[in-house]
Design a binder for this molecule. Structure first.
Ligand code: SAM
Length: 259
């Protein structure tokens, strides 16, 4: 199934997105890490900042901190939120917030029972299996999340919501030949898609800002391989952040149905 999935409604419009871009660029120009290689670049940073600014969660769990640029961005969008930052390796931090709580553990190993989760959101940028993350969220009492690495079939290094909706299963591209023996392999299936439809009250993929003629992998943006919303800005719009636009990751926002 290769289509753009959308479940429920988000509280913003395409015009809100386009109209916020100038403000974002001003915020982004002040980022502490100019070249955040290995972390979010402009299109995901914009998606993350914009959605959090709209949603204003009171508690944000960031899983996958890397050098800390995402933490800084989250603070720009939600200065009053309580922030918990998780990474299995916190030694690479270049930006450390004085307001966040840092824990060097996987999400599954953190006890969140003391936290008020009524207006909370988990932001996963940790390259882990998204199905497992959804199950862990539910178990721990969270119901809203954003996933950064939401790659389609054949792309990315983890099992994503987009792959589940596509019925694609998961195999690392390099290991496709002996995929059944590879750690993390999931055979193509429709079960996970059906379970997502049962579990999700909302699923929304943030659109790309720009669409270059070719993807970052050098092939064309056909919707069979890359079901993708139309870009926010037209092909002829000049922008200094355009060269970062190729790093688009189909970042999504979702809410679980109430139990
Ligand atoms: C792509 S980077 C995160 C980038 C960051 N969000 C940013 O924009 O700068 C992925 C991070 O996930 C971390 N990671 C890997 N496995 C993890 C896990 N099980 N739990 C939490 N973090 C994990 C890695 O150590 C790495 O720092």
């Amino acid at each position: 199934m290769n289509e753009i999935i959308e479940i429920g409604d988000v509280p913003w419009t395409l015009s809100d997105i386009a109209n916020s871009y100038t403000e974002f660029k001003h915020v982004y120009s002040q980022r502490p890490i100019v070249d955040n290689a290995g972390g979010m670049k402009a299109p995901h940073a914009f998606a993350c900042w914009f959605m959090l600014k709209q949603l204003q969660p009171g508690l944000i769990i960031e899983s996958g901190v890397w050098k800390g640029q995402g933490t800084w961005l989250i603070e720009q969008a939600c200065p009053d939120a309580e922030l918990v930052c998780l990474d299995i390796n916190l030694r690479r931090l270049q930006y450390r917030s004085s307001n966040a709580r840092y824990i060097e553990k996987d999400f599954s190993l953190v006890n969140f029972s003391e936290y008020d989760k009524a207006n909370s959101l988990c932001f996963f940028d940790d390259h882990q299996n998204a199905l497992t993350r959804l199950q862990q969220m539910k178990w721990k009492g969270f119901n809203a999340a954003m996933f950064e690495d939401n790659y389609p079939k054949r792309r990315g290094d983890c099992y994503s919501l987009k792959k589940m909706f596509g019925g694609d299963g998961f195999a690392l591209e390099t290991a496709e030949q002996d995929s059944a023996q590879t750690a993390g392999y999931i055979e193509p299936n429709t079960t996970h898609r059906e379970e997502l439809y049962q579990a999700l009250a909302l699923y929304y993929e943030f659109p790309p800002l720009f669409k270059e003629p070719m993807t970052r992998w050098g092939d064309s943006w056909d919707n069979t391989h890359y079901p993708t919303k139309p870009p926010v800005f037209a092909a002829n719009v000049e922008d200094e952040l355009r060269d970062e636009a190729l790093h688009y990751t189909w970042m999504c926002y979702l809410k679980l149905k109430a139990a």
